[in-house]
Design a protein around this ligand. Sequence first.
Ligand SMILES: Cc1cc2nc3c(=O)[nH]c(=O)nc-3n(C[C@H](O)[C@H](O)[C@H](O)COP(=O)(O)OP(=O)(O)OC[C@H]3O[C@@H](n4cnc5c(N)ncnc54)[C@H](O)[C@@H]3O)c2cc1C
Length: 371
Amino acid sequence: MKADVIIVGGGITGSSIAYGLAQRNQRVIVLDGEDRDHRASRANFGLVWVQGKGANMPEYQFWSRRSSERWSDFSRVLFDVAGQDPHFEQRGGLVFCLSDEEFDARHMSLQKLHEKLGDDTADWEMIERSGVEKLMPGVKLGSEVCGASLGHRDGHANPLRLLSALQTGIQKLGGIIMSARVQTIQRDGSGFSLETGRGRYSAHRIVIAAGIGSGPLGEQVGLDVPLRPQRGQILVTERLIPILPLPASGLRQTREGSVMIGATHEDVGFDASTTGLAAAKLSVRALRVIPSLADARLVRQWAGLRVLTPDGCPVYAQSESHPGAFIALCHSGVTLAAVHSEIIAQAVIDGELPPSLEVFNQRRFDVPKAA
Ligand SMILES: Cc1cc2nc3c(=O)[nH]c(=O)nc-3n(C[C@H](O)[C@H](O)[C@H](O)COP(=O)(O)OP(=O)(O)OC[C@H]3O[C@@H](n4cnc5c(N)ncnc54)[C@H](O)[C@@H]3O)c2cc1C
């Protein structure tokens, strides 16, 4: 069978696009790698996050907003299709400030972004400690908490439930998910032929969404993207009574009750091990915000690798040398899942990305060749 579209990579990005394609009656095959691959989708924090994004590229802020606006419908329909609830909640999100200097710096950076974006009204506010206490009744805040920024568009979801729901949704809509690492990609008439360790697959179009493993695949179709990994470590507590009614960057409580504490930003190459130092740093900061967490037992610590482009913004592009071959990369795959399933999926069917996404083309990283 020749598929309409093969998606290379079955993480949240590839699965969101595949799900959107299957919803649009495309014959989709997802070819996914192996358990030992670096898989950001199984290691992330689960925020659907907008505040502060796009300081170096305003379009990234607008793109994140478009996704956050669609997340509620996206999540509801996904629940209907897959029968699995991604546990999405959108009541805003906090960034705690632990000194007046942090508060002022946060205010200034959000204000600067606001002016750059030219928004009439702000979709965030700075709130003093008393305001944070009102938002979190019953929680005794650490003495250093002097306030927070509150982003009204922010929310969170359970990323493992999201991935599972997407993959179930793809299959319920007739799509196929295979564990088969793609080795080579070749032109095949008007389409593509993909060689894997488990046979050859062909399709009219392909989307490379293989996370940190996308580099060697993109090169084969003229879509070179310089990528680098960045390690993020997360701690998880035992299940607690509800204490955090809304998520924060660095602290969020799952619907089951676990508190997630994270995440570090470490440039250590492909080393995805956990460290005691990170556990100590994350714990200390969390206890400065909510001292009572000292009584909670930690039950897990893990590390994952973020998929980072040189400017940290997403890449969406169609190959000029191999039309029909697309690439989709980002380091906010949970946040952007809603637009990936709708706008990117439709663009693949249309055979062209909308002009508004031109700014995300990988050509922005091309280094002029020395004469
Ligand atoms: C610590 C941490 C915290 C994060 N927190 C958030 C957050 O709060 N909110 C948010 O929006 N984002 C967050 N992210 C980012 C988010 O996890 C990623 O943007 C997202 O998971 C990327 O998904 P992906 O599908 O592109 O990549 P991945 O999940 O890495 O998936 C890539 C897939 O491609 C497969 N693959 C690789 N090579 C091949 C090949 N040759 N053939 C076939 N398949 C292949 C792999 O097996 C893998 O399954 C976080 C990331 C980390 C590490």
